[in-house]
Design a protein around this ligand. Structure first.
Ligand code: C2E
Ligand code: MG
Ligand code: MG
Ligand code: MG
Length: 288
């Protein structure tokens, strides 16, 4: 019956070709099983202070290997989940898994936060605020250490709805980040409407910034904007040390990317953290 409802949703979806292709593989049934079995996992990517190398947080990124039918990218997975009744159990599993793991290390790694991606459809669910607050309470994670990443599209397309949700969570201390900044229909209006704690510069402006003076100017003006608004600025897609050094010289405080660490399983991340923190301080630091 679950799959029946889900299939109806898929039939009405905006991208019928892709949805049909995924549906034909019986993915929704597999997905429902995977959620039940907690076989969907989240990889963790560290975020650092670019200058000192100190780890300031992590982003949780979903991973799923359906048995037999190849790979499903996180984007595809999220699109399918959003169009199906599985959206709510998926959101609950995400919050429970990620906050549960974070709770197990939060005392060992002071000064870090955990970032969770939230799509518009998830935010729209009437139970979303409750789901977030009850996961936070259940795992005893300080709400100040939880960051929700939203894209500009969510805030622009559904301003009233998004605002109510964000404000309720904000009042409890949860922080808000704008993901992929600059990649969509950037409008500065919502920076005034919402209490934003962090902006993540889309990696399209970051990964080639050593070759593009336009990208450098853009990053530089975001540095100034964020400083004066009191917003944290994070560069996504820091793929090598040259980019990291340039970002430092442009004044960008934080970053994440393959050049620092790829997203990795929670177990591997714990080992990575031990090694990273053992590095003599200057080795992880960049002096520019
Ligand atoms: P995002 O939130 O913008 O996440 C950053 C994406 O860039 C991730 O892709 C990450 O693996 C990748 N990345 C990180 N560093 C680098 C780098 O240096 N170079 C390059 N080329 N890529 C880098 P991923 O894991 O495939 O996720 C794609 C998108 O799927 C995410 O974009 C996010 O929008 C969505 N997503 C992932 N997990 C979740 C989730 O649990 N819930 C929701 N709602 N969306 C999710
Ligand atoms: Mg993100
Ligand atoms: Mg992003
Ligand atoms: Mg993205």
């Amino acid at each position: 019956a679950k799959a029946g409802i889900a299939k109806t949703c898929l039939a009405r979806s905006r991208e019928p070709e892709e949805a049909d292709a995924l549906d034909r593989k019986g993915l929704l049934d597999d997905l429902a099983d995977a959620i039940e079995a907690r076989a969907i996992t989240w990889h963790w990517q560290p975020k650092i202070d670019l200058r000192s190398g100190v780890v300031t947080g992590f982003e949780a990124l979903v991973r799923w290997q359906p048995g037999g039918c190849g790979n499903v990218s996180p984007e595809q997975l999220i699109r399918v989940v959003e169009q199906s009744p599985l959206i709510e159990p998926f959101t609950v599993l995400c919050l429970d898994t990620v906050l549960g793991q974070f709770a197990s290390v939060q005392d060992d790694w002071p000064g870090t936060s955990i970032s969770i991606n939230v799509s518009v459809r998830m935010l729209e669910r009437p139970s979303f605020v409750e789901n977030v607050l009850s996961a936070i309470e259940c795992h005893a994670v300080p709400p100040e250490r939880v960051v929700l990443e939203l894209t500009e599209t969510a805030l622009i397309a559904h301003p009233a709805q998004a605002r109510r949700v964000v404000e309720r969570l904000h009042r409890q201390g949860v922080r808000l980040s704008i993901d992929d900044f600059g990649a969509g229909f950037t409008s500065f209006g919502y920076l005034r409407e919402f209490t934003i704690d962090e902006i993540k510069i889309d990696r399209s402006f970051v990964s080639r910034c050593t070759e593009s003076t336009f990208d450098q100017s853009l990053i530089n003006s975001l540095v100034v904007l964020c400083e004066s608004l009191g917003v944290d600025l994070v560069a996504e897609g820091v793929e090598d040390d040259a980019v990291r050094a340039l970002l430092v010289s442009l004044g960008c405080p934080s970053g994440q990317g393959y050049g620092i660490s790829r997203p990795q399983s929670f177990e591997n991340l714990c080992a990575w953290m031990r090694k990273w923190n053992e590095r003599p301080h200057p080795a992880a630091a960049i002096t520019a």
